[in-house]
Design a protein around this ligand. Structure first.
Ligand SMILES: [Zn+2]
Length: 127
């Protein structure tokens, strides 16, 4: 908890508990680059709903990036069927959570998630 920020860096909420986004492993178990202190110069503080959605956005971005590699014929985490299915499940989970929340955050647009789910399904059918 940091008193210096005062408001959520995403939605601007004040008077609520703010948390610095915890750094850890990404969806594919890789460490984030900004785990190193030198690259963590501008920490962001988020209220709880934004923090949650930021995590969803991170997973979504990671999955989308690997999916782009896969469709481009490059080496991808999603080349493994098990990982691909896990990612597909996670996308559905993200869509469900987004659909259930009324909290507006700038991180994720539900249509983007739905679009990627559609592309996943197309790819599955071709396999
Ligand atoms: Zn917020």
């Amino acid at each position: 908890m940091d008193a210096g920020a005062g408001s959520c860096n995403a939605c601007g909420a004040v008077g609520t508990a703010l948390m610095k986004l915890s750094l850890g492993k990404d969806f594919f178990g890789r460490a984030y680059d900004r785990l190193s202190p030198s690259s963590d110069q501008s920490p962001k503080w988020y209220c709880e709903p934004c923090s949650m959605q930021k995590n969803l956005q991170r997973d979504f971005r990671d999955i989308r990036a690997e999916f782009e590699k896969l469709t481009a014929g490059q080496i991808s985490e999603l080349s493994q069927t098990e990982t691909f299915q896990r990612a597909a499940l996670r996308l559905r989970e993200i869509a469900a959570i987004l659909g259930a929340t009324s909290h507006q955050s700038p991180f994720l647009a539900a249509p983007d998630v739905a679009h990627l789910i559609g592309r996943f399904q197309t790819t599955t059918m071709q396999a």
